[in-house]
Ligand binder design. Structure first.
Ligand code: H2U
Ligand code: ZN
Length: 348
């Protein structure tokens, strides 16, 4: 590794988005020692009569949840996207607007109000993986872009601790995947190989930012990570979409997700907040061989359970900036136990 990375401010390039990040490691010359605060208020009960996601409870409006046993999906009662919008098009150079058709769904990961993904059994996590795949498959038949994601923790604007995620689908390609589409395509044209697979193979050789591996999957801190503990999860083989995964790959995904999210919870001994989501090739008739499926994890916490990284000031006006380097974050994540802190506390 370039030794100066550890001490000298520099910019790093993100080939997936064609954006740069400012890295300022000199601000953390001391070895990184995460401050551990007492665990935040978490729900201890498996059922909350006031929760709109718990089985048999009423949601806003007229709907009542079934007595579901594993996972449960419903159309968001306050959906940001609608399937039957009339045409709203404007096409002048400075005033442009396009019609958007789509839908938003909410997915409950478990009937248990207080059970988050890292604490679930691998079989139950596989149910969530299967649901992601089924939903992506179904929505991909109708829409070009299917965004599976999870907002976790109040710090991320999540409204309810009940373990859940969302899926939004629409007929156009939104900003983030648009950049990734453009960049992966450009790279493929130039090199006749897949950007993220070439990147992954070089990361496996360098070994500086790899957090976890199993037979089918790798978790790493990207060289160009912006958020303090940002990670990327990707399959080792060339896979375009969630819907292309084999059964073994889905089981192995459930397994690595559990290991990864336990490590996240163990950083500050709290249920670790983040936004995570999947990026795979869009659903239309074009050739997307240049794509590689991957998930991004964007956690906001920096030094403790209560100190988050703010993306304000210079970030809003110039470009993203980080203090601890991607290598330091990977080192920290690697060093953490794969046994959940709550399990250790219970056995004491
Ligand atoms: P968050 O976890 O990001 O807060 O998302 C939960 C979603 O649940 C949110 O988009 C929806 C909200 O619109 N919701 C319902 O669909 N029905 C309800 O009864 C309450 C919340
Ligand atoms: Zn609940």
């Amino acid at each position: 590794m370039n030794k100066q990375f550890k001490t000298i401010p520099h910019r790093r390039y993100n080939p997936l988005t064609d954006e740069w990040v400012l890295v300022s490691p000199h601000r953390t010359k001391r070895p990184w020692r995460g401050q551990v605060e007492s665990p935040s208020q978490e729900s201890h009960s498996q059922y909350d009569p006031k929760c709109y996601l718990c089985p048999k409870n009423e949601r806003a409006g007229v709907h009542k949840n079934p007595n579901y046993k594993n996972t449960f999906v419903f159309t968001n009662d306050f959906s940001a996207l609608l399937p039957d919008t009339p045409i709203v098009e404007e096409e002048s150079e400075l005033f442009k607007s396009h019609t958007v058709k789509g839908t938003s769904r909410v997915i409950c990961f478990s009937p248990k109000h207080n059970l988050t993904l890292p604490e679930m059994e691998i079989e139950s996590i596989k149910e969530v993986v299967n649901l992601w795949v089924e939903q992506t498959n179904e929505l991909g038949e109708k829409y070009r872009w299917v965004q599976v994601f999870e907002n976790k923790g109040t710090i991320m604007g999540c409204s309810n601790p009940h373990p859940h995620g969302q899926i939004w689908a629409n007929n156009n390609i939104p900003n983030e995947p648009f950049k990734e589409e453009r960049q992966q395509k450009k790279y493929f044209k130039k090199n006749i190989s897949v950007l993220l697979l070439d990147y992954l193979n070089q990361e496996l050789e360098k070994k500086e930012r790899i957090v976890l591996k199993n037979k089918h999957w790798i978790v790493l801190v990207p060289f160009w990570a912006v958020w303090p503990f940002e990670t990327m999860l990707l399959p080792r083989r060339h896979v375009l979409r969630l819907t292309d995964l084999t059964s073994n790959e889905k089981t192995s995904l459930a397994e690595i997700l559990k290991r990864h999210l336990i490590k996240y919870d163990n950083i500050f001994k709290i249920s670790f907040p983040y936004t995570m989501g999947w990026h795979g090739a869009p659903f239309d008739d074009k050739d997307y061989s240049h794509w590689q499926l991957h998930a991004h994890f964007y956690p906001p916490l920096l030094r403790s359970a209560t100190i988050k990284k703010f993306m304000v000031g210079y970030e809003m006006l110039s470009e993203a900036q980080r203090d601890i380097t991607a290598e330091q974050a990977a080192e920290k994540l690697k060093s953490l136990s794969e046994i959940h802190y709550k399990k250790i506390e219970r056995s004491k």
